[in-house]
Design a protein around this ligand. Structure first.
Ligand code: ADP
Length: 384
């Protein structure tokens, strides 16, 4: 692959959000030219990529046109026009991860069937076509309370999920093709990011533990996890089995539940860099972005050894502010040792919009947590 990493090699990245931006920055270390496809010419990656291409990742023609400009394609979002990717693949374009794998992951129903067929632990499920069908099945007792409904396509950050405890909650059901899952008695939620190159070498990043806010977005991400080593090894084993079963070349983020009996269940997966891997830039020897590049260029995978414990917090738009963004408290936070601030460059803030993140590295998790609390209080995303 050495000859591919030259100043002429063009890597196409579908969508230019914060994950795309951080991937572009990693690619620039190897002098790879990066092309970004996004509808917004002010998207976070637009200021640092080699070429910005305006277009919609869900539009067949836009994806084809973009694909023809580049030597290889990867993505930072899984909501992509898969038919266009398949057409490009049939013409010989290198696409990582493979569009066939993307098709399975894109649809939570196919994802769950894949887990069942490959003996990968995930909560029991049934498939339904509509809200009315679910109400009927709940009323006749076919699905016992409590349960969780997930729309098969398009959910993110908890949107597209309804937790139904009793019949009174049935009014909260969402309409559309859904899976119904058994409610797991969650002790904690963890994330394992695993990489696999095209030779089949795999490597996991240390397990990170997640804490959520009231809007169901990750509030704090703690690495390393304090869970028992046996549970962590088990979680890594599940992630490695899954990426190999999917024959995926690239990066797979695997969100899992640890239940109150210490059993581990897959919740959901994403075949790309992930919010739960932001901390890898500062706290791990190889970042998730460099690891993705190593995997798709078929280089040896980098070390995933922990350099420093870390706590990552998302910088979300304050609930009562919308408009041109203004950050408060930057100077104070910059003076705290180990506080690494990432601003994505989004011009407009909205309630709970992800505007940036902060990784706090310290010699202990307790110290990192204390500093993260100070940053959380001081650093505010508001509007003018
Ligand atoms: P999204 O993709 O929108 O983030 P998730 O599938 O991660 O949605 O679900 C959002 C949250 O709902 C999870 O973080 C978890 O707290 C809860 N949840 C989802 N599935 C289950 C389940 N089977 N049992 C218990 N809680 C669940």
């Amino acid at each position: 692959m050495e000859q591919l990493v030259t100043s002429d090699f063009k890597l196409g990245i579908i969508a230019g959000g914060q994950l795309g931006k951080m991937l572009v920055l990693a690619a620039s270390n190897w002098d790879i030219k990066t092309f970004i496809l996004d509808t917004d010419h002010h998207c976070p990656a637009s200021t640092c990529c080699t070429n910005y291409v305006r277009g919609n990742q869900l539009d067949y023609e836009d994806v084809i046109r973009f694909g023809e400009m580049v030597d290889m394609i990867t993505f930072e979002i899984e909501n992509v026009n898969i038919e266009a990717l398949q057409k490009l693949k049939s013409e010989g374009k290198k696409i990582f991860p493979d569009p066939d794998t993307l098709r399975i992951i894109w649809d939570k129903g196919l994802q769950k069937e894949f887990y069942r067929n490959n003996q990968i632990p995930s909560a029991q499920f049934l498939l339904f076509k509509s809200k009315a069908e679910i109400i009927e099945a709940a009323t006749t007792g076919e699905i016992p309370f409590p349960f969780v409904q997930k729309l098969r396509k398009g959910g993110y950050d908890g949107k597209g999920v309804a937790i139904i405890h009793t019949q009174y909650d049935l009014k909260n059901l969402l309409d559309g093709d859904s899976i119904i899952e058994k409610l797991v008695e969650i002790q904690t939620e963890i994330s394992v990011i695993v990489a696999r190159n095209c030779k089949g070498e795999t490597k996991c990043f240390p397990v990170a533990e997640m804490e959520f806010n009231e809007a169901n977005m990750v509030e704090k991400l703690i690495c390393p996890s304090s869970l028992d080593e046996k549970i962590l090894q088990h979680a890594n084993g599940i992630a490695i089995k899954l990426i190999a079963s999917l024959n995926l070349c690239g990066l797979l983020s695997v969100e899992m539940f640890v239940d109150k009996y210490n059993d581990v269940w897959i919740n959901e997966i994403a075949p790309r860099p992930h919010n739960s891997g932001h901390h890898t830039i500062e706290s791990i020897e190889t970042s998730q972005y460099e690891q993705l590049l190593r995997a798709i260029f078929n280089f040896p995978l980098g070390s995933t050894k922990l350099k420093m414990p870390s706590v990552m917090i998302n910088l979300l738009g304050e609930p009562d502010y919308e408009g041109s963004v203004k950050y408060e408290g930057l100077t104070d936070c910059m003076s705290i040792e180990g506080v690494k601030i990432h601003l994505y460059g989004k011009r407009i803030t909205k309630p709970y919009r992800k505007m940036g993140h902060v990784t706090v590295i310290a010699t202990s998790i307790d110290e990192a947590k204390q500093k993260a609390c100070i940053v959380r209080q001081k650093l505010r995303v508001k509007s003018w």
